[in-house]
Write a protein that binds this ligand. Structure first.
Ligand code: FMN
Ligand code: ADP
Length: 356
């Protein structure tokens, strides 16, 4: 995927999905869908299908990466577009996030850049444009933003946004304004209604709340995939192996959103020369390890069941499957060890049930 922060190096023309898309949950995926070539092929005539209906959670999940039944024909979809030029499915987002720009506070993210790029790539997005959000951009009117940036510089042929998208100075532009500004240029605007699941609006904050409450299964349903943590395995204190439970310490980006501190049933995977093993079952502790003296730093550590190998330096993807218990301070390492054994048993049970 081509990633650029400069309009002069962006690939054009484009099919644009506009937004921040933190988490890339089922609602976000609906916004990105209309710009994907495989979706263009499926749609046939596109002009009369600008408002996407609210599909069920299952239907949405079925369209998640890895679940796509058809691969689509990129070239024929590209050829059928207006003008015949090959347009690049592009996610256009602001960097830093406008809230971060105005508040000066770093945002904690469900999908930090490393994960977002992987997810977008898996969906079929070909370009990520990170528009530098500065005072000048913040001052643009809705008309200036659409005409100068989206149409002139990015040569957008199609624009997809969520229903609540706001843009331009003081967030004054609505999706209806976007339609009105784009229409004279013959640009399709797809306005995607807010998606709901289990009687709740699918949102990044709903997913955060679930993760804070240990409700991993629900968070995963809203995401349409398991919530995952991705990072490099680094050295720890080498205490794990003496307890009989070696744990790979996964260093996640500092802005990664962490769920409630505690123990989780997980599946972990990594890439290696032969394509990598299938996701392996295990158990993860996320927290400060209060039992271990002087350990205040938050860590994410994974013990893989029935497995022994050197994992240092590998990039692990740890998928949360279920919550086992909150983190605790134990009176002795022996007590901790006994509890870890019980955690492994619980986690195996959770993973077995999830497989059914
Ligand atoms: C399943 C599991 C549960 C754990 N639960 C706790 C806990 O409740 N409290 C705690 O202080 N540490 C907990 N730990 C962390 C251990 O203290 C940690 O694995 C040990 O300190 C090894 O650290 P090392 O990787 O630096 O060698 C847990 C670890 C595992 C694998
Ligand atoms: N089953 C396993 N699960 C996780 N890591 C394992 C396993 N078997 C071997 N390892 C290796 O052992 C390391 C963890 O051992 P540990 O004593 O906890 O050391 P550290 O404190 O450096 O993490 C991992 O980083 C990995 O390289």
């Amino acid at each position: 995927m081509w990633i650029t922060s400069s309009l002069s190096t962006a690939l054009t023309p484009t099919l644009v999905a506009l937004g921040n898309f933190d988490g890339l949950h089922l609602g976000h995926r609906q916004v990105v869908q209309p710009i994907l070539h495989k979706d263009l092929a499926r749609q046939g005539s596109i002009r009369d299908k600008r408002i996407i209906q609210n599909p069920s959670c299952q239907e949405l999940a079925a369209r998640s990466p890895g679940n796509e039944g058809e691969s689509g024909d990129r070239e024929s979809a590209g050829g059928s577009r207006e003008g015949g030029d090959r347009a690049y499915p592009s996610v256009v987002t602001f960097n830093p996030h406008p809230q971060e720009f105005f508040s000066g506070q770093r945002r904690i993210l469900l999908t930090p850049p490393n994960e977002k790029v992987k997810q977008l790539e898996a969906m079929g997005v070909e370009q990520l444009v990170l528009l530098p959000f500065d005072r000048e951009l913040a001052q643009m009117t809705p008309e200036e933003f659409v005409e100068e940036i989206l149409i002139e510089r990015l040569q957008a042929k199609r624009i997809a946004v969520g229903e609540d998208f706001r843009f331009g100075r003081h967030r004054s532009g609505t999706v209806r304004d976007l339609e009105a500004i784009a229409a004279p240029h013959g640009i399709d605007v797809f306005i995607v209604p807010l998606q709901t699941a289990e009687n709740e609006r699918i949102s990044s904050s709903a997913i955060r709340t679930c993760l804070q409450n240990g409700n991993v299964q629900r968070a995963n349903r809203l995401l349409g995939r398991p919530y995952s943590l991705v990072g490099t395995v680094v050295h720890g204190r080498q205490l794990g192996r003496t307890l009989g439970f070696p744990t790979a310490n996964v260093q996640v980006p500092p802005q990664k959103f962490l769920p409630q501190y505690g123990v989780y049933a997980v599946r972990a995977s990594w890439e290696c020369d032969n394509g990598g093993p299938l996701p392996l079952p295990g158990v993860t502790n996320i927290g400060c390890r209060p039992t271990v003296e002087g350990n205040l730093e938050v860590s994410v550590e994974v013990h893989l069941f029935d497995y022994c190998a050197d994992l240092y330096g590998k990039t692990l993807t740890v998928e949360l499957v279920g919550f086992v218990r909150p983190e605790q301070k134990f009176g002795s390492l022996d007590a901790l060890k006994a509890q870890i054994q019980a955690d492994c048993d619980s986690a195996r049970q959770i993973l077995e049930n999830a497989d059914r």
